[in-house]
Write a protein that binds this ligand. Structure first.
Ligand code: C2O
Ligand code: CU
Ligand code: CU
Length: 523
């Protein structure tokens, strides 16, 4: 991993400057929108998509590139980001999230056939992974299929997933270790929404009443330069995972929005490298959860707060119809105990478990909204069929002194798969993750959504407390938080696609430092 001295060089400055510091406006971001391929001619790339345009419902490109965007007040910051252009498809497929670095919101519909061209204009290898999507291995953006600097890759896939909030981010891992943490941190990540008929029939809040919130933490030096690992703290940071000095929402400092006396749908993605959020309302009212990683719950659930680990998503309903004009409410991350190492080893000004605001809602407008919370969201919600005979596969999450973390004593070895990492197509299994370390591990499995079927504490929590009541285990997930001293069981079915996928801890520093493995789905 590249080492960058935090005091003297910017995160990205060592890799090359960026000409021009003009703020990138949302209109510029999507300036190549429309069906006109000529908008793309400046790159000299000949699109292969024109001839068979009609075979796909959606055709767009994502270009990973360096850029300079406004993040904090004052000087703009150098970032890496996805710039998008639409070739073909519904007009609402791509929308900017903000004028900061996050990639555009990609809105797809179940049943669509999608083609995406990925262009690497970065100085190093990258990939684009569709986090949470049930797609074939070749489309999954895995480390074994890197896109070289200057190269393009086109992927085509069918949208088979349930309506929900998913996301996309890089997944490169070279000889020197992973670069997921660095590249995501530099700005390469964006939200992806899938819609379907079941969800549409519910008439959930949309338009202005649907808020997409990407939670990330960042550190800045001098002139608003992003800083990542570096200096003395980097070893500890890698063990703990990176914690930034401040929290950003959609790439900007948290803000207050004007809202009406209506219902709102907050679709929240934890896009942070390592931070766990404890989402709560400032007035103490419970949080109404309607969905998780894999889409809508069977019915809404109320929790005192929601524990959201890296890569996880939650769908929250908030009804302000009874609020008074002038009233204010904040979405906050509440205090919790975030380990014993937090203060001592972490260099962050915002240690794990610190309290902070994420979003203010100011009621300014008396509005009429006939919506009420549906009591049933998806009664057909199917989870993998588990019986007494379902086999259990065990994964021991361990620590290697000063060498990161491991799964069953192994670290990442590229596409090498051990005998106990092979599953059969069509099978349902129970995977049990046992965490005997001092750190929480949000475990993620590629290519599918699973059900969390059991959670048990087998030893002490090692300084992590105050998060349990917010764990949403209902519904479908692609990432599950395994707290220190916990054993968590998930049920998964390996449907449709044979081949190689990965599973890993989504603390990106853990993942980059070995806590990732391939598994194989055999015929
Ligand atoms: Cu967000 Cu391997 O994934
Ligand atoms: Cu993933
Ligand atoms: Cu981990």
């Amino acid at each position: 991993m590249k080492r960058i001295d935090q005091r003297r060089r910017s995160l990205l400055g060592g890799i090359g400057g960026v000409a021009g510091v003009a703020a990138l406006s949302p209109s510029l971001l999507l300036s190549a929108c429309g069906n006109d391929l000529s908008a793309d001619s400046s790159t000299g790339v000949v699109s292969a998509s024109e001839a068979d345009k009609d075979e796909v419902d959606v055709d767009f490109r994502l270009r990973a590139r360096r850029d300079t965007v406004p993040i904090l007040p004052g000087a703009p910051s150098e970032v890496w980001r996805y710039e998008a252009a639409m070739f073909h498809g519904p007009a609402n497929t791509l929308t900017p999230v903000s004028e900061s670095y996050p990639g555009p919101l990609i809105r797809l519909r179940r049943g669509q056939r999608v083609r995406a061209r990925l262009e690497n204009r970065l100085p190093e290898d990258t990939t684009i992974h569709w986090h949470g999507l049930h797609v074939p291995p070749d489309v999954d953006g895995q480390p074994r299929l890197p896109i070289k600097p200057g190269d393009d890759m086109t992927v085509t896939f069918d949208v088979r997933d349930r309506a929900g909030l998913y996301w996309y981010h890089p997944h490169p891992h070279g000889a020197d270790g992973g670069r997921v943490g660095f590249q995501s941190y530099a700005g390469l990540a964006g939200p992806l929404v899938i819609e379907d008929d079941i969800e549409s029939a519910l008439g959930l809040p949309d338009g202005e009443q649907e808020l997409i919130l990407i939670l990330q933490d960042r550190s800045f030096a001098g002139d608003n330069e992003l800083t990542y690992l570096g200096g003395m703290g980097s070893m500890m940071t890698r063990m703990q995972g990176f914690l930034g000095d401040r929290v950003l929402v959609n790439g900007r400092p948290p803000e207050t929005r004007d809202v009406g006396t209506r219902a709102y749908r907050l679709r929240i993605l934890n896009g942070s490298n390592a931070r766990i959020y404890k989402l709560a309302w400032s007035d103490g009212q419970p949080v109404t959860v309607i969905g998780t990683d894999g889409g809508l719950l069977a019915k809404p659930r109320q929790l005192p707060y929601v524990t959201l680990a890296p890569a996880q998503r939650v769908d929250v309903w908030i009804d302000l119809s009874q609020a008074d004009v002038g009233q204010q409410l904040s979405l906050v991350s509440e205090q919790y105990r975030g380990g014993m190492m937090g203060g001592m080893m972490g260099r962050s000004a915002l240690p794990a478990g610190a309290r902070f605001d994420l979003l203010g809602l100011r009621v300014t407008d008396r509005a009429r909204d006939g919506r009420s919370l549906p009591q049933s969201l998806d009664p057909e919600l199917a989870t993998p069929p588990v019986t007494a005979a379902t086999p259990i596969r065990r994964f021991e999450l361990g620590m290697r002194m000063m060498r990161g973390f491991s799964i069953n004593g192994r670290q990442f070895e590229g596409a090498k798969v051990a005998d106990d990492e092979i599953v059969a197509l069509g099978d349902t299994e129970i995977w049990e993750f046992a965490n005997d370390t001092r750190m929480p591990h949000p475990m993620h499995v590629h290519g599918l959504q699973f059900a969390v079927i059991g959670r048990q504490t087998f030893s002490g929590r090692r300084g992590w407390s105050g998060l349990d009541a917010g764990l949403v285990d209902a519904g479908l997930h692609d990432t599950v938080l395994v707290l220190p001293g916990e054993r968590v069981r998930v049920a998964l079915t390996f449907n449709d696609f044979k081949g190689l996928y990965i599973y890993h801890c989504h603390n990106m520093e853990h993942e980059d430092n070995g806590m990732m493995r391939y598994y194989r789905v055999r015929a």
